[in-house]
Write a protein that binds this ligand. Sequence first.
Ligand code: HDD
Length: 707
Amino acid sequence: MPKTAVAKTGSKETTKEAKKESKNLTSTSIGNGGELHQIAGKIYPQLTTNQGVVIADDQNSLKASVRGPTLLEDFILREKITHFDHERIPERIVHARGTGAHGYFELTQSLEKYTTAKILTETGKQTPVFTRISTVAGGSGSVDTPRDVRGFAVKFYTSEGNWDLVGNNVPVFFIQDAIKFPDLIHAVKMEPDRGFPQAASAHDTFWDFISLTPEAMHMVMWIMSDRTLPRSLRMIEGFGVHSFRLINKNGESTFVKFHWRPKAGLQSTVWDETVKIAGADPDFHRRDFFEAITAGDFPEWELAVQLFTEKEADAFPFDHLDATKLIPEELVPLTVIGRMVLDRWPDNFFAETEQVAFCPSHLVPGIDFSNDPLLHGRLFSYLDTQLSRLGSANFHQIPVNAPRCPFANHQRDGHMQMARPVGRVAYEPNSLAKDAPREQPATGFTSMAEPVAGDKGRIRPESFADHYSQARQFYVSQNETEQAHIVAALVFELSKVEHPHIPLAMVAHLLHINEELAQRVADGLGIKDLPAAPAISAEIQDLPASPALGLIDKMKDSLAGRVLGILIADGTDAKVLEKFKAAVTAADAKYKIIAPRINGVYLSDGKEAKVDGQLAGSPSVIFDAVALVLSSESAKKLARDMAAKGFVSDAFSHLKAIAYDSGGDVLLTAAGIDKDAAVISTDKLKDFIAAAKTRLWTREEFVRPPL
Ligand code: HDD
């Protein structure tokens, strides 16, 4: 027996700790429920095969002799390698990269007048949820921060069955009909002949498709805004996008749109920062979410609804069944009806975040679909994709997908069947099993009895024809900075396109949205002669600006949930540092100490500082604001260090507040920073805290002159 595998089994250790540990371990590891054994005083469960056979040696495969061939007989080796070979499942064709968490939803205002759904009528009750937030285009190993829409999918484990609200952080979509979805996704994903770019829309095929799809123009305005560059997953809005129906006890229907609004307010990064974050921390959003939840700083959203009748909908100047349109809040105000708190990180990423299966077709009685043709295609697509992704019609039995209310029917068998139904009856109606599940006509799910008439055909309604009015409304609702960022994004993306006719076609569309926008983008691309705007069939309306569509004004005037980076080095004034840390903590923010070395940094009082990050691996892009608390000696040395100068100049370029003491001042000078209102001495901590809550937008014209 090899030395490494000395495993004494059968120890009957009964201390409290041992019992606790065995409970934890056996509850999370299938097949390890057997006896405990002890190595070096620590209690472990026995390592076994999947058949429960205790393994004596997990370090060496079975050989014919000491230097001889490995034997096929080694069932332990083969089981282990076979399982490993099958560990990956097909990643989601879209939204492959995601981060999920458990939590609860609590209704604060009943919608009893509109629906029978208990989740929307029982106030005060906490319903468990699992929420997954994702990027769309990139693979599961792609970075967290490309310019991309974020998926916002919530599974409510209601007492009446699972309800999945599968939305995005943008309230509209690219296309009006689901039949175009494969084309859209093929266009945005990496180009098939070359296998790049990964997680990026800045390439020919995406913009080719978009330039030939006028209905995408409204969504294009949203994705070119900073909404697609979130600072944190805790700081994005969520939208159900489609209209749904609520059905009350009299069978009456009211249309509804669902909105999630983050308690932490909205916040985005600027493009240059986003690009650098991708290198500094590809898991930036996942890590941020993990750190917030495990620190008890739970992400929270309000759920709000827009409610409107069929008659009101008929009077809208657009068709609410068209997913490229939103309903301005000025037209139908939002009513907050509840809140969602995410308070538990999953135990296992694969078991939960990867295997969670959302389907817009998962509805509960009292909620119903509208006739949005995009939604209807989705009702098919998600169930279908789960079958290929999870490999079995029994995916609903995976714990993260299983309803938390009783469920019973006569569906049987199939791959990976976990249930063990008893009895001889697997059909209904039946007279043989009195306790078999039966239909419930009074309380079960019924579809709204909507009258339907008309000619069958591959038809697009005339009411879907206006593709530009809301795009225009979005653009005029942005402030100067936000507009400048949209221009810069379009110029960046279209500059990556190799075929010149494509940017030209895009500029032509932009002319319908806003002439100044089109001109600025054309200038940025070096296009001298503006193209003609494409012919259109619907008149473009000048809709009033809607403040709800902006972003910067939705940033919260608070440091809660933000993270500051404090750059220190040998000799940092311990008192200044302490005062600074206390002020940040009092403002509800977190901080991380960054230094040239992770260990052995001594402060002015001779004590060793606890350092969270080494300078080269912790650039300022991963912080909301920074402080430079340095001795003059250290500052002089750092003044020759590009990582230190980059720390400062990036913070400045990304419009962040910077606090400095006398040593910090030396570094500011070395980095060539001209002090402005948000570069503040550590003597004025209050001013710094106020400045750190936002960004100094007026600085932008000095660091990035608008196009
Ligand atoms: Fe989709 C995943 C959101 C249109 C087909 N979609 C997926 C996810 C989100 C959305 C958040 C990830 C769910 C998760 O975390 O597992 N999708 C949307 C929104 C849309 C939309 C808000 C428009 C309003 N999707 C859409 C259409 C189709 C799909 C029109 C197909 C006809 N979507 C899928 C899919 C995915 C998916 C292929 C991939 C993985 C999955 O379903 O579970 O079926």
